[in-house]
Ligand binder design. Structure first.
Ligand code: SF4
Length: 374
């Protein structure tokens, strides 16, 4: 059977762990067990993140026997590139194959205007955290595919390393808005964050990382306790429970009051940037009454609001309101003094815009479709 024909529920083949999923402390500890000095860990990390070696063999300042030991215990690369799609606006979408035959997508977005008000020279990677997703937000079609599995830390870091290798460019901004709910995979996410932000690792500042969540209140509190300025974006999409319930099934588990309690905690812990994402869907959540309540909620936690006119997703019935109404909604929030943006989508022509991303891989069992939320 070829790996292309793997079913989403097939067991994950066992495989050696990857060096890309290890922190500096992990590597020091491993070398200690092999009676190797701690500076060897620094050498290995330099080969991986500074020299961008492609294999353990290339780490020529390690002895041959040490390289052999490492090769017996670890893999190096964790993803293989399947396709790269370029957009007219220079957004690029990468399809990667995982070791078990599953796929993830990662998007590279050159920000001409800046996402979340960031500077224009930002090069943003939109990263996936799971294969599929269990949360089934109604605009995203992920619920159709369900969750297959969490991505490991090395598969999260590996997406960034591969995008940098393939594009020849240095990523300086990361948004966890790809496939999956990052906070449902918090253990691997936190490990990946240690590697991404470590000065010995990818060395990308925490302030340049945004994690988007559907609203897992207890995990938001956990993230708030992290001593780093990581930014948070909440997929709100409804300002009252009755409206949010129609779009975000997670609301039945943690309703808006519980979510905002967690957001207050998050803001109290530090003044990290908080954004409320609001996809505008015609006749569902786009009333001006919702806009006014949204503004009040945003003020209560000093959040920015990002209004996103809905993008068509194949197989879903939602409709985008006309532009005039979108601006009216945005202005209603903005006129209360809340910083409000209406995101200009990039990558629309390659299905890489908000809520449009999905894996489309022909397999012998049909088409795997797993959307990416942005
Ligand atoms: S928006 Fe995010 S959390 Fe919701 S179904 Fe899509 S991937 Fe999952």
């Amino acid at each position: 059977m070829s790996s292309e024909s793997i079913s989403p529920k097939s067991p994950i083949p066992s495989i050696l762990p990857s060096l890309l999923g290890l922190t500096k402390d992990d590597i020091v500890e491993i070398f200690k067990q092999h009676d190797e000095p701690a500076y060897r860990a620094a050498q290995v990390l330099e080969w991986i993140y500074k020299h961008r070696a492609n294999s353990i063999e290339e780490m020529t300042n390690l002895s041959e026997s040490l390289r052999e030991k490492l090769n017996q215990q670890f893999r190096f690369k964790t993803l293989s590139s399947v396709t790269v799609q370029g957009s007219e606006d220079t957004t690029r979408k990468y399809l990667f194959k995982l070791h078990d035959g599953r796929y993830v997508e990662t998007v590279l977005i050159p920000a001409s205007k800046g996402l979340y008000g960031d500077k224009a020279d930002r090069l943003t990677a939109c990263v996936s955290s799971q294969v599929g997703c269990a949360y089934g937000c109604k605009f995203c079609a992920s619920g159709l595919a369900g969750l297959t599995r969490n991505l490991t830390a090395d598969e999260i870091v590996g997406q960034l390393m591969m995008v940098e290798e393939l594009s020849g460019k240095k990523i300086n901004n990361i948004v966890f808005m790809g496939m999956g709910e990052p906070l449902a995979n918090i253990k691997n996410l936190e490990k990946a964050l240690d590697i991404i932000t470590g000065h010995w690792g990818m060395n990308i500042g925490a302030r340049h990382i945004t994690i988007s969540t559907s609203g897992l209140a207890p995990m938001i509190k956990k993230l708030a306790d992290r001593p780093q300025q990581i930014r948070l974006a909440i997929s709100l999409h409804g300002a009252t429970d009755d409206v949010r319930d129609q779009i975000m099934p997670v609301n039945s588990k943690w309703n808006i009051d519980e979510l905002f309690q967690a957001l207050h905690y998050y803001k109290e812990r530090s003044n990290k940037r908080l954004t409320l994402e609001y996809i505008l869907i015609k006749g569902v959540n786009d009333s001006l009454e919702q806009a006014k309540i949204l503004a009040k909620r945003a003020k209560s936690v000093k959040a920015l609001v990002n209004v996103i006119p809905y993008n068509t997703v194949e197989g879903l019935d939602w409709i985008r309101p006309d532009d005039e109404h979108c601006y009216k909604f945005r202005n209603t929030v903005r006129d209360t003094g809340v910083v409000t943006t209406m995101r200009i989508e990039k990558g629309h022509d390659i299905d890489a815009a908000c809520g449009q991303l999905r894996l489309k891989q022909e397999t012998s069992e049909g088409i795997i479709k797993a959307p990416i939320k942005v």
